[in-house]
Design a protein around this ligand. Structure first.
Ligand code: MN
Length: 408
């Protein structure tokens, strides 16, 4: 009885999704981003064929939404047929049965869908594998679908396939909610989840895994993306490894410019950062959101020449050794006096509030204030004396606030 096999677990292909926020004048780069979701899935099929996996599971959101035409469906079916192994899939919230009509395109014979009205079990007799799952009939599935899944079949390797946010995940609709304890109670060996776009190994006993989105689609989905390859030996999970197949990548990085005294130094720091981002992407195009942060005497000049600065950074992107383009440039800089100017640096032990209170109590200071107020009264033609006691604390608070804000 062969109880040693390997399978692929993917989810959230979001075929047909637009790339969000990429503005590049380079048409070739833009086209590569636009086609990235398909390229990533085709690469996944290539890997599955090369690894000779026994079967594959896709846990929902194959399609991002209703098809504008049949080309996305035809593409997907062609790739499923090319896999040449059984593929089990269910509908998620984005491609719920009510959203994606598919009647026009017949499924290839190796494609098996889970029912949406009730849990369904598919079996691979030769491997003694039982897969349990239920797809979404409607987008907003608020029931605990897992609760109705059948108990594990004894002597079989049991896989639960589920599109769910579990107990809730930031940035994801809380669909098909359930707890890890609900899943454990079924006695399955592996839970193939979908819906959450970040890779997450939720548990190992049993294995509960979100493979994450197959291809990042905006700067909110940064880093390596792909699916997982699960190896089963003697009926137990022996290894779960990520298969990184993304075609393009999104990244966020912060260049720390504190202490950078001139533009050459600032650019050198940015260039070092960009080289690191490019290296990490391993040859893929990267859409980068670059933050410039810190306290530098350059702050005001950089802010004032933002457009020129962005062009300068684009030039550094070209020189980075990778294929970087700028998603956006965010400036989070505060001014600082140049160290070379020989000014006394701010003394953190200086208690501004105490100094102001002392000044307010000083008879000479009060006499000077009275003089100023008398002059003001003369110009205004009315008395301000009553307002003096009220104005002082406010002036103190304002001065303290400015000092804390670090404007120099
Ligand atoms: Mn989803």
């Amino acid at each position: 009885m062969p109880t040693t096999f390997r399978f692929l677990h993917a989810a959230d292909l979001h075929l047909g999704s637009a790339m969000d926020g990429l503005a590049t004048p380079d048409a070739a780069v833009a086209a590569r981003f636009a086609g990235a979701a398909r390229s990533a899935f085709s690469r996944l099929i290539d890997r599955a064929r090369a690894e000779a996996v026994d079967f594959a599971v896709i846990a929902g959101d194959v399609y991002d939404g209703r098809w504008s035409d049949a080309s996305i469906g035809l593409y997907f079916m062609r790739e499923v047929a090319r896999l040449g192994r059984p593929l089990f899939m269910l509908a998620g919230n984005h491609d719920a049965e009510s959203i994606v009509a598919r009647a026009a395109i017949p499924d290839p014979p190796n494609l098996h869908r889970f029912a949406v009205r009730r849990p369904e079990t598919h079996r691979i007799e030769a491997l003694r594998v039982a897969l349990h799952g239920q797809g979404f009939a409607q987008r907003a599935e608020t029931r605990n679908l897992a609760a109705a899944y059948p108990p594990a079949e004894r002597g079989w390797f049991n896989i639960g396939v589920l599109h769910s946010a579990l107990t809730g995940r930031a940035g994801h609709e809380p669909y098909a909610p359930c707890t890890p304890a609900d899943l454990r109670a079924k006695g399955y060996d592996y839970w193939a989840l979908g819906h959450v776009h970040a890779y997450e190994e939720v548990a190992r006993d049993p294995w509960v895994v979100f493979p994450g989105v197959l291809q990042g689609r905006s700067v909110r989905e940064t880093g390596a993306k792909g699916a997982v390859l699960v190896s089963v030996e003697d009926g137990r999970v022996a290894a779960v490894e990520r298969l990184v197949v993304d075609e393009v990548r999104w990244a966020q990085a912060t260049a720390e410019l504190t202490g950078a005294e001139d533009e050459a130094e600032a650019e050198a720091r940015i260039a070092r950062l960009l080289a690191g981002v490019a290296a990490e992407a391993e040859g893929r195009p990267v859409a980068l959101r670059l933050h410039l942060a810190g306290a530098t005497p350059l702050a005001q000049r950089l802010r004032a020449r933002r457009a020129a600065l962005a062009d300068r950074v684009r030039g550094l992107c070209v020189a980075s050794g990778g294929e970087l383009c700028l998603e956006s440039l965010r400036l989070d800089l505060v001014p600082a006096r140049p160290a070379a100017a020989g000014l006394v640096p701010a003394d953190p032990s200086l208690d501004l509030a105490a100094l102001l209170a002392e000044a307010a109590a000083d008879p000479a200071f009060r006499a000077r204030m009275a003089q100023e107020i008398a002059e003001l009264e003369r110009r205004l033609g009315r008395t301000l004396e009553e307002g003096l006691e009220a104005l002082l604390p406010e002036a103190q608070a304002l001065a303290a606030e400015r000092a804390a804000g670090g404007t120099g």
